[in-house]
Design a protein around this ligand. Structure first.
Ligand code: PXP
Length: 255
């Protein structure tokens, strides 16, 4: 795919549906292959402490089956670090994890967890795994991520997406401005900028238009849309909305 904005497709919720019944259907590896066919640039999977969606065996099968790079989302625990170092996916995105949450609710507090997190960045980086910190679009968190040596961050877009869904235009504009400013500042201090969480066909455009963002990671909405029109068609439409927003923004910047 010849876009300067990559799309990572998160296949966790294929496993959620499979796990509702046990057995092997639907298979997240088959979903990953379909995502690759449809133009995904990477596959994303979150191995949670409680294994509520992706399991250890899924990770092994994904690593074996995939031609695309895998991003493993994980909490900063010793168990997860051992697993990541055993498999060495292309990227590890470190996320906060609370057992009772339904999804990753906020960004990682890198500024407060500095001492604890440095060890994870060092161990993964020395095994040539790219480390990304999932953070709120906040300059303090960007500075802290930079200072512990993480090469990349993923900015949490959840608050922006929720404001759009709630129809609160003022808040949506404010949240989008935070993401835009954080993207610019992060790129300026040398971080690679990714973004994601809660993105849909309606919210992806303004985020994709931010020139400093090089990767969007999208899961729940795509898997939900797949029920109505198929996974490949959902991904193709998402890609085309991303690419159009990016091209329109580049056109208006150069006009
Ligand atoms: N990025 C991170 C770090 C996440 O934890 C998640 C959710 O697993 C996503 C992106 C994707 O969010 P969504 O499933 O809402 O698209």
């Amino acid at each position: 795919m010849s876009s300067d904005l990559r799309l990572g497709v998160n296949i966790d919720h294929v496993a959620t549906i499979r796990n509702a019944r046990g057995g092997g259907h639907p298979d997240p590896v088959r979903a990953a292959r379909a995502a690759a066919q449809a133009g995904a640039d990477s596959i994303v999977a979150h191995l949670r402490e409680d294994r509520r969606h992706i399991g250890d065996n899924d990770l092994i099968r994904l690593m074996e089956a995939l031609d695309l790079p895998l991003t493993l989302e994980m909490a900063a625990t010793d168990e997860m670090l051992d697993i990541a170092l055993r498999h060495c996916p292309e990227t590890v995105c470190i996320v906060p994890e609370k057992r009772e949450e339904r999804t990753t609710e906020g960004g990682l507090d890198v500024a407060a967890g500095h001492n604890h997190l440095t060890r994870f960045v060092e161990a993964l980086s020395s095994s040539r795994v790219i480390v990304s910190m999932f953070i709120e679009p906040d300059p303090r968190q960007l500075d802290a991520s930079r200072s512990i040596g993480a090469p990349a961050v993923e900015l949490h877009t959840g608050a922006y997406c929720e404001a759009v869904i709630a129809g609160d235009d003022r808040l949506a504009d404010q949240e989008l401005a935070r993401i835009t400013e954080a993207s610019r500042y992060g790129a300026e201090i040398g971080l690679e900028i990714h973004a994601g969480h809660g993105l849909t066909f309606d919210t992806v455009g303004p985020v994709a238009a931010i020139a400093e963002i090089v990767e969007l990671n999208i899961g729940h909405f795509l898997i939900g849309e797949a029920i109505f029109g198929g996974l490949e068609s959902a991904i193709i439409r998402m890609r085309s909305l991303m690419d159009k927003a990016r091209a329109d923004a580049a056109g208006s910047a150069s006009a």
